[in-house]
Design a binder for this molecule. Structure first.
Ligand SMILES: *[C@@H]1O[C@H](CO)[C@@H](O)[C@H](O)[C@H]1NC(C)=O
Length: 226
């Protein structure tokens, strides 16, 4: 019959149309899920904290004599910037280690370089798109806290090339619907700032020549810092 032969292709066409609709709906659903997942990832992604050492320099107070053994008073300024427009960052529980780096041996990992001095550093809270400066001022004992060969070099007016290793915990906080949401519970994060110069005095008077030394996140440069 004519009707029977006509019905068959129509039904087939409907089936195909249904299949096409289902497929389109599925693709749209998958896309929506992907878009939402991506938005959540972007929202919760921990933004990188940018750190630098002002003037690329650690200043040491002039020491009157080597006998009796002097105090080694050091200071430097860590500049922090939070590039995120959404998250505030807190870098806490910080310890800094000044490590001597050999100019002639750039390939040697900073993490293995000998320690000149090590001390705690104040917390660095950085709100969204805000810069923060934190100053370290420490008074260390020659020999006990700072090996004598470095004290002697500083006393003799020689600068020491160093890397500043910064260890601490990064906490990212986000405000969603007026509620603080903590995206992580403090991730152990290490930065290396190099090269910096440790020297007696306040450094170069010519501001234009004093450049900041950027700090690199250990995870960005695993090979570089060993
Ligand atoms: C280092 O700092 C201590 C404590 O602030 C102070 O008593 C001492 O005089 C300082 N020494 C030098 C060499 O600046």
């Amino acid at each position: 019959m004519d009707d029977g032969s006509k019905l068959q292709p129509t039904a087939t066409r409907f089936r195909w149309l249904n299949l096409a609709r289902c497929t389109v709906a599925s693709v749209v659903t998958v896309l929506a899920v992907v878009v939402i997942a991506r938005a959540v990832v972007v929202l919760l992604r921990p933004e990188k904290l940018r750190l630098s050492v002002a003037g690329g320099r650690v200043s040491v107070s002039r020491m009157p004599a080597m006998k009796p053994l002097p105090r080694v008073n050091m200071s430097f300024v860590l500049r922090a910037f939070n590039p995120s427009g959404r998250a505030s960052i807190e870098y806490t529980g910080i310890t800094v280690a000044l490590r001597a780096i050999d100019d002639g041996d750039a390939a040697s990992p900073a993490a293995a370089a000998p320690i000149i001095a090590q001390f705690p550093f104040p917390d660095v809270p950085v709100a969204q798109q805000v810069a923060h400066e934190a100053a370290a001022r420490v008074s260390l004992a020659a020999a006990e806290d700072v090996p004598l060969r470095y004290v002697k070099a500083l006393f003799d007016g020689r600068g020491i090339s160093a890397a500043i290793q910064v260890d601490g915990f990064l906490t990212t906080r986000m405000e969603i619907d007026g509620r603080i949401s903590r995206s992580n519970g403090g991730v152990a994060t290490t930065f290396y700032c190099l090269p910096v110069t440790i020297a007696v005095g306040d450094g170069d008077d010519d501001e234009s020549r004093t450049r900041n030394t950027w700090c690199l996140d250990k995870s960005d440069v695993p090979a570089f810092v060993g």
